[in-house]
Design a protein around this ligand. Structure first.
Ligand code: FES
Length: 172
């Protein structure tokens, strides 16, 4: 008498049942997702790293508050030594400082928020003017004309020992 059990199990092995096909499809899909996810980790880390990296800032001396005229935005140029990898360099920039009463101060960026051009205080017209697209700002940095979407950036600052210091992000 022939053994039918051995024949059936051999036929079962050759048969590709729908459930087995579905399992293999799910398994290969899941494996692709896992591999894709693993390959994406470095890219996601590269993109998100700056968001979570603590920002370094420093206090930079601008000058003596006694030298600031009242009511007139005054251009102040700063510089400080910094490093970029192995490279030592000097970071330089410009801000405008304003005091109305000799007690409280406003320190404004000179960079236009529209496209980053350097604005200039016009003493005759009494407004900041941007040379690129004629953006205009009042003495407190508020937009009064042109395309800039908002006013000039205001920096944190403090007075120590008669000197005005501004807080800048590293590399600013
Ligand atoms: S860059 Fe200043 S108005 Fe466009």
């Amino acid at each position: 008498m022939p053994d039918h059990r051995a024949t059936e199990s051999f036929e079962d092995a050759l048969t590709d049942t729908p459930s087995r096909r579905a399992f293999l499809a799910y398994a290969s899909g899941a494996l692709s997702l896992v591999i894709g996810g693993l390959l994406a980790i470095p890219l996601v880390g590269f993109v998100l790293a700056p968001v979570f990296r603590p920002r370094k800032s420093r206090w930079v001396q601008l000058g003596h508050v006694a030298d600031l005229p009242r009511g007139i935005p005054t251009k102040l140029v700063y510089s400080y030594p910094t490093t970029d990898g192995w490279l030592s360099k000097v970071a330089r920039g410009t801000v405008y400082a304003l005091t109305e009463d000799g007690k409280s101060y406003t320190v404004l960026s000179n960079l236009c928020p529209h496209a980053g051009c350097g604005v200039r205080w016009d003493e005759q017209k009494e407004y900041f003017q941007c040379p690129c697209h004629d953006g205009r700002f009042d003495r407190h940095g508020k937009v009064t004309g042109g395309p800039p979407p908002h006013g000039l950036k205001e920096f944190a600052h403090k007075v120590e020992g008669g000197s005005l210091l501004v807080e800048l992000e590293e590399g600013a």
